[in-house]
Design a protein around this ligand. Structure first.
Ligand code: FAD
Length: 318
């Protein structure tokens, strides 16, 4: 079922969902099931599965020269989605990127998803590969998520890249896109970012999932700005409980966001990461309670491969 239909069917009740990462190459699908099993009692209508493109690593050879190697550390997004739908009978949402995909690759990926009975996709640009400063599209690929959204929308109308294909089957994907309450790191301003977010909706996206935030005011102000700009689709808040002291520096740097001072001082006082985990859970529960009171459609948790803290939060709320 489409995310937008799940939201309509819930009749104003906030639902629980979460995002998982494919396991590192070499690990078993049981890694995923072990993470998901404890969370299924909270009845998520859908589960997101991230997509991880190739990375370049440099290996030092015996002669001292460096050999460039292309690796994909976390393949398996589509297979995991199929396995989740089969095992748990919930909608699995694969993330799909501009980065690393030609338009032809995108079309073929979408055809696979359609055949597997997947109803939703999360359309993203992807970041620059770690060894490059700026995002670079593939030759004959998309530069922005909006262009990818347009290609998916065209396939939903039965328009394929090869216009000579006959009896074109239409896909019927519900398309989600990313929104950034504290603006995307490359955007010159929040207004400019919201301008392009609106464009992604015009190009065919029907719901937004936000980047994580730790201060609900940022989300409420973002939603207001989006509504004022004429964006009417559901805006699903994305939340992540802090779990380690290191994340105090990592998260603001990696995701270009601010942590609130009261949260920072609580974490600094923690003697170990078990204590940080507890602070993270409690902070996230308070955020979640306020968001539920504000009648958000779904609370979407970034599990980052660990489910015990998400379970502790969900057990308190759902
Ligand atoms: P875009 O919407 O294309 O925006 C990128 C930047 O370009 C923004 O600054 C925007 O303002 C600007 N912009 C947009 N359109 C235009 C235009 N037409 N002209 C000029 N400027 C424009 N990454 C992964 O690799 N895998 C994942 O699975 C993944 N999942 C994610 C899930 C969520 C909910 C979120 C919030 C992010 C996720 N990301 C993932 C990270 C994401 O790929 C990065 O944040 C990336 O840098 C931007 O992606 P986007 O889709 O928001 O890009």
């Amino acid at each position: 079922m489409k995310v937008t239909d799940h939201i309509i069917n819930a009749q104003g009740k906030t639902q629980f969902s979460f995002e998982i990462l494919p396991p590192l190459k070499g690990q078993n699908i049981s890694e995923i099931f072990n993470q998901m099993d404890p969370l299924m009692e909270f009845k998520p209508p859908f589960v997101d599965v991230t997509y991880h493109r190739e990375e370049y690593v440099y290996k030092e050879l015996e002669n001292g020269l460096l050999q460039k190697k292309v690796v994909r550390k976390r393949p398996g997004t589509v297979g995991i989605c199929a396995a989740i739908q089969n095992k748990y009978q919930v909608d699995a949402i694969p993330h799909i990127l501009c980065g690393g995909f030609t338009k032809e690759d995108t079309e073929n990926f979408l055809i696979d998803l359609g055949f597997l009975g997947i109803d939703n996709v999360m359309a993203l640009r992807g970041d620059a590969v770690k060894t490059e400063t700026y995002f670079a599209p593939e030759k004959n690929g998309h530069s922005y998520a909006g262009d990818l959204v347009r290609q998916i929308s065209e396939l939903n109308k039965g328009t394929y890249l090869d216009t000579e294909i006959e009896n074109q089957a239409k896909t019927d994907f519900c398309i989600g896109v990313a929104g950034y309450p504290e603006k995307h790191m490359e955007a010159p301003s929040l207004d400019s970012d919201i301008h392009f977010l609106k464009k992604k909706i015009k190009q065919g996206a029907t719901y937004i999932v936000t980047q994580m935030f730790f201060d609900n005011t940022k989300y409420f102000e973002f939603v207001k700005k989006c509504r004022d700009a004429g964006i009417t689709v559901p805006i699903i808040p994305g939340l992540k409980p802090l779990a380690t002291k290191k994340q105090l520096n990592l998260i603001p740097h990696r995701f270009s966001l601010e942590l609130p001072d009261p949260l920072i001082s609580q974490v600094i006082k923690c003697k170990n990461n078990a204590a940080v985990r507890q602070v993270g859970v409690e902070w996230c529960i308070q955020q979640s309670k306020e968001l539920i009171a504000a009648k958000v459609p779904v609370l979407h948790y970034y599990s980052m491969g660990k489910s015990d803290n998400i379970k502790a939060i969900a057990a308190d709320l759902f």
